[in-house]
Design a binder for this molecule. Structure first.
Ligand SMILES: C[S@@+](CC[C@H](N)C(=O)[O-])C[C@H]1O[C@@H](n2cnc3c(N)ncnc32)[C@H](O)[C@@H]1O
Length: 403
């Protein structure tokens, strides 16, 4: 094995080699193999190097670089290859010590510079290979976002999404070819975006108003129960919040939502994590339909659905950081199996509303410890002219950490 990295992932801007540092230029000049998108390869003047344009799927092309092991391979990428870029894909296939990454200024940085925005106060999102609804979890009053898009029609799709979710008054800027001689910037209201033509390569900057309008769909943003399609079997929003808080969401963390019903837990988890992973396990096909539809509508394409009965259906190849059990508590071995599959330090939370379920929780508590608590909730509701408390079924919550 080479001690020196033989793959250099070099970030390049719209201005081509002229904008690169000395080291990046040297690596490109000495490269025996140049790999990248056709647009990137075209930025570099002709040379003796073998040119390897990416095909589809990208993963296969990257894996194919193994054929050049030991030669000087340069992978060209946009801006900073470690920021929603190809570096992650390369490092999935080659060991860390075989790869060097040379970042360039990213489009996010260029847009922030043009706008005078401090990047640490701004959300950065990529919609490459993602539906526009992926943005929903990022929307909040007063938030500013920089969004990498794919395609000239994406700005209009984004503007439409904002308008339907209470942010019609957002200020939209669309940058084209940032950092190059043909750089463009359009600025306007969400209602004006649809009539514009934008370059294929664009970045959308959004400044959301502090006050949102109450639209029919605005509830989606809070992920209250109405945000989901369900048949009544849903962990109510307040109970869901109590479970999520104990499960400990965070970037990159994986949840199993066992007995997922509508998928509300798994989807809320993905919203809270920003970038996380979730697998919904549900035995009833009619509820699996809800899960699929809710995930599509609420922009969580990364949600994995396993249709089947736990514990048999628990995915063998995954190690969850958190498990929520909302159904099937009385199934023999289910709770134990979920607990044992947790990563060290991982947390299990289970909710029971029936006596049978509660007994299963109590047995687990006796065997492995943890905490038990009873949650009860009443909601004020109008009956005629009177406001009355309507109690919801109390929930017994069991929580335990895997040591
Ligand atoms: C109360 S609902 C869960 C609600 C869900 N947390 C939500 O917010 O939509 C319980 C679900 O568990 C499912 N279920 C019960 N036993 C199961 C098992 N062994 N494996 C998978 N799903 C199961 C049921 O079909 C039902 O949809």
């Amino acid at each position: 094995m080479n001690a020196q990295p033989w793959i250099s992932v070099v970030g390049i801007g719209e201005d081509g080699p002229a904008g690169l540092g000395e080291e990046a230029r040297r690596r490109i000049a000495e490269a025996e193999v140049l790999a990248g998108g056709r647009r990137h390869l075209a930025l570099v003047p002709p040379s003796e190097a073998t040119r390897v344009p990416w095909g589809s799927p990208l993963e296969d092309s990257v894996r194919g670089l193994a054929a050049y092991r030991g030669r000087k391979v340069v992978v060209l990428a946009s801006g900073d290859p470690s920021w929603f870029g190809v570096a992650k894909v390369v490092l999935r296939h080659f060991p860390r010590e075989e790869v060097a990454v040379l970042p360039h200024v990213s489009a996010f940085q260029l847009a922030a510079a043009r706008l005078g925005w401090a990047i640490e106060e701004v959300g950065t999102v990529s919609l490459h290979n993602m539906p526009a609804t992926r943005l929903l979890r990022e929307l909040a009053p007063g938030r500013r976002l920089l969004v990498l898009t794919s395609g000239p029609r994406m700005p209009a799709t984004i503007a439409d999404l904002l308008a339907r979710h209470g942010h019609a008054a957002a200020r939209v800027r669309v940058f084209g070819h940032l950092g190059g001689p043909r750089e463009t910037m359009w600025e306007g209201e969400t209602a004006e975006v649809a009539g514009q033509r934008f370059p294929i390569l664009n970045l959308v900057a959004l400044a959301l108003p502090r006050e949102t309008e109450a639209t029919e769909d605005a509830a989606v943003l809070d992920l209250d129960d109405d945000a989901f399609e369900h048949d009544g079997n849903i962990t109510k929003a307040e109970y869901r919040a109590a479970a999520i808080a104990r499960l400990g969401p965070g970037p990159g963390r994986r949840l199993w939502d066992v007995g997922a019903g509508s998928g509300a837990m798994a989807i809320t988890w993905l919203y809270r994590c920003g970038t996380g992973a979730a697998t919904a396990i549900e035995k009833r096909p009619d509820r699996a339909v809800f899960i699929r539809r809710n995930a599509a509508r609420l922009g969580t394409p990364e949600l994995r659905l396993v249709e089947g009965e736990a514990p048999e259906a628990l995915p063998a190849e995954e190690v969850p950081d958190a498990v929520f059990v909302g159904g099937g508590l009385a199934t023999p071995g289910l709770l134990r199996a979920c607990f044992e599959r947790l990563a060290p330090g991982g947390r299990l939370v289970a909710h029971a509303v029936t006596m049978g379920g509660e007994q299963a929780l109590y047995r687990m508590y006796e065997e492995v410890g943890g905490t038990l608590q009873r949650l009860s909730l009443s909601r004020a509701e109008l009956r005629g002219d009177h406001l009355l408390w309507r109690p919801l079924a109390p929930v017994t919550q069991y929580a335990v950490t895997r040591r």
